[in-house]
Structures are given as structure tokens and as C-alpha cells.
Design a binder for this molecule. Sequence first.
Ligand SMILES: O=C(O)CCC(=O)C(=O)O
Length: 270
Amino acid sequence: MATPVLTEQEINDYSRDGYVVPSYRLPMALVSELQVTLQQLIDANPGVRPEKLVSAHIEGKNDDGVIGSQRFLALAMFPPLVDMVSQVIGGDIALWGCQVFCKPPEDGYATPWHQDGQYWPIRPLATCTVWIALEPSLKSNGCLRVIPGSHTAKVLYPHLHEDRVELTLNQSVHTDSFDPAAARDLELQPGQMSLHDVYMIHGANANTSNIRRTGVAIRYMPTSSHFDRRLHPAKGETGLNLNFATRPLWLLKGRDVCGLNDFTIGHRRA
Ligand SMILES: O=C(O)CCC(=O)C(=O)O
């Protein structure tokens, strides 16, 4: 049997803290290829803020308004990533999302404190996000920040709608619900990654440095959950252009345990 990607300790850390930075890194040759793809993605989408490159894994113009690339789909299917995810959410896995969060130097948008589950149509709510750094992600350029253990109660805390333009999304969890002083900064080098749970509170500061910061966030759910296309955020609520009705799903491992997920919708351009 192949050696598991995550160690027992890393699995335990994920379960206790709601996130983990594994010792595993992407091969540098793959990181270099992805850096080229990233620039192509940005160049192909001049009308989209680079923090909001939703569904970057869908080749061609997608229903979230972005021209994506199948190279990000290949990344999402990269066996070590799928194996890692199966170590924390089990062996029946669907890929349902991939967003590139590229924060340009000087004016990269902040990501307010939030829980991802606030605006996702997945019931019961479950997802593991793998956030992969394609560029150095540091305190100085707005790395991901997490509140360890904030996932434990498995509840969604009240979120406020923030109307500022310069945010990657417009929903923010009220600071009555957690202690911002407990935040940990996840500083990562290209090819390093973090995994986080759907309930864990996280965010990122604005990028005011002169170093661009990019992460690819890949979303995987256990197929015991239903991606319910009838549930979608009210227009304008998230600040993201999201179309869950036609979002394609890929069964990456195992079977559709709940039997309700549709793996055909949205694949017409594949
Ligand atoms: O990269 C960021 O600034 C935010 C990422 C995030 O919120 C996520 O991946 O869920």
C-alpha cells in the first residue's frame, strides 16, 4: 500500500484545529507550470478582479463569468491531493469548486473573517478546502489567517453584510463570536498548502506590499452530502459572481453515497 500523504499527527491536527499545513509540497516543476497558467488566467480575464477568479478549473467561459483552464482541473485531480483529502473526509469525494485568489501588490483586497459554509449549497454542510500557494504567502502580503478550533461546534455564526468594494467577499462573521487575537498566520512558500474545514473561521489582510500573493483554493466534499442546486445566495450577498445551478461536479473517488448529487449538469463544455 502506498504511504499515506498526511501523517497521523497531521490528521489529528486537522481534526483538533480545523486546519493543517502538511509537510507535503507540490513538486516544483508543477508549481512552475501553474505559475504560467496563473498568468494566462489573469490575462484571459481582464474584466475580473484577480481575487475573484471563481471556477478557474472550468475550461473556457464558465457560468461564473470566468474563462478558466483545465490545468487547474488537473491540479484538483492530482492524486496526492485527493489522497490527502480522503484522509480527512473519507473515501467518497466530489470536487465542486476551485477559486484563484490572487492579490495584486499594493491594492490586493482583504478577505473578511468568515466561515465558508455561510454561502455554500451543501447539506449537510461539509467541505475540505486545499489552499495551495503559487507565490509566497506571507504576513506582509496578506496570507491566510485562521482561528484554530473555531470549527469545533459545527455551527455557522452570524455574518454581517459588508458593502465595501475592496473585499474578496462581502460577508463577515461578527467578532462577538470569536477572539481575533487567537489568529494564526499561515505563511507558505510556493507549493506549500493548507487544508481547512468548512466551519473554520478564517480571513486574510489586504495586500499592501509589493509582492503579489496567490492561492488556489480547491473545494472537495464528501458525497454523503448533497450539493443542492436549489440553494443559492441572494444576488449581491457574497460579492462573488456564483452560479451553483449549473456548477459541474466531479466524482473523484468512491461513489455518490447520498445518491442525490448530479454529476452531469454543467459538463457540456468539457
Ligand atoms: O485567499 C484568501 O484570501 C481567502 C481564501 C478563502 O477564504 C478560502 O479559500 O476559503
